[in-house]
Design a protein around this ligand. Structure first.
Ligand SMILES: C[S@@+](CC[C@H](N)C(=O)[O-])C[C@H]1O[C@@H](n2cnc3c(N)ncnc32)[C@H](O)[C@@H]1O
Length: 256
């Protein structure tokens, strides 16, 4: 059965809400690329942090259609306009998720701790002056502070708390966010990672990275990896090395 995703003409909008853009499309493409694995995975609780227009969460529900009846969906956004726009987008597609206007997952962390099988995040990742982070409205969609990491670095520990033992996280990151460092950081918490989609535009190099708990990675109480599976580390780091050399040698055309 071919996969359905959200239709742009049915996606609602508001001047203060992020419109689906290259990063949103790359995230949905990554979910499509991994769809067979997702269907086999049978996630029972799925969540998006920072749902914006609702394009990604709606697409996720539609592409998991065969499993969606058995799954529960949640989406949060710090921007209350985004919650309304997402509701309209979902209604236009005939799908449902519980929508919560909150900072990352504040107020949900205890309820959902260890239960989320699938978490998707297209965070505000653009490097900006720190004072732009957390501003009301549309600025909250992109302002990421130094290295674009201010919100990302808050989301990662929350993700670790929410994800179930078999939880998967898909996150959009820019080269400027230092994704290989984020992968190493997550590895210290016991996560393996791989790049599902990489796309270069004139303005940015986007990576959609999938993280999952890998029980071969042993983490000691001081948060150091003591007996990691070297194959995993080598594999993700060599992916970044190959991509860096690609970016140096290529023009800025798209690839994935
Ligand atoms: C780059 S936009 C992505 C929107 C949508 N997911 C997409 O891919 O088109 C980032 C979204 O995260 C939301 N956001 C920013 N900081 C947040 C926070 N601390 N908690 C929840 N949502 C946040 C913004 O309001 C915005 O809607």
């Amino acid at each position: 059965m071919s996969a359905r995703i959200a239709q742009i003409r049915l996606v609602s909008s508001h001047p203060e809400v992020y419109e689906p853009c290259d990063d949103s499309f790359a995230l949905v493409d990554a979910l499509l690329a991994d769809r067979n694995n997702l269907l086999e995975h049978k996630p029972t609780l799925c969540m998006e942090v920072g749902c914006g227009s609702g394009y990604v969460i709606t697409s996720l529900i539609l592409l998991l259609e065969e499993e969606a009846n058995r799954s529960q969906f949640f989406a949060t956004d710090i921007n209350h306009h985004a919650i309304r726009v997402t509701r309209e987008t979902m209604e236009a597609h005939g799908v449902y998720a519980e929508l919560i206007n909150t900072d990352i997952a504040l107020g949900l962390e205890n309820r959902l701790a260890g239960l989320v099988d699938l978490l998707v995040v297209n965070p505000p990742y653009v490097p900006t002056p720190e004072e732009e982070v957390g501003r009301e409205g549309i600025a909250s969609a992109w302002a990421g502070g130094e290295n674009g990491r201010a919100v990302i670095d808050k989301i990662l520990p929350v993700a670790d708390k929410l994800l179930s033992k078999r939880g998967w996280l898909y996150m959009v990151l820019l080269t400027a966010n230092n994704p290989s460092q984020i992968c190493r950081q997550m590895m210290k918490k016991g996560y393996a990672s791989r790049i599902v989609v990489q796309r270069s535009t004139e303005e940015e190099s986007l990576h959609i990275i999938k993280f999952w708990r890998d029980f071969d990675i042993e983490v000691d109480p001081k948060d150091a990896v003591t007996n990691s599976n070297p194959g995993i580390v080598d594999s993700v780091l060599s992916q970044f090395q190959r991509l860096s050399s690609f970016w140096r040698n290529s023009d800025s055309s798209s690839n994935s």
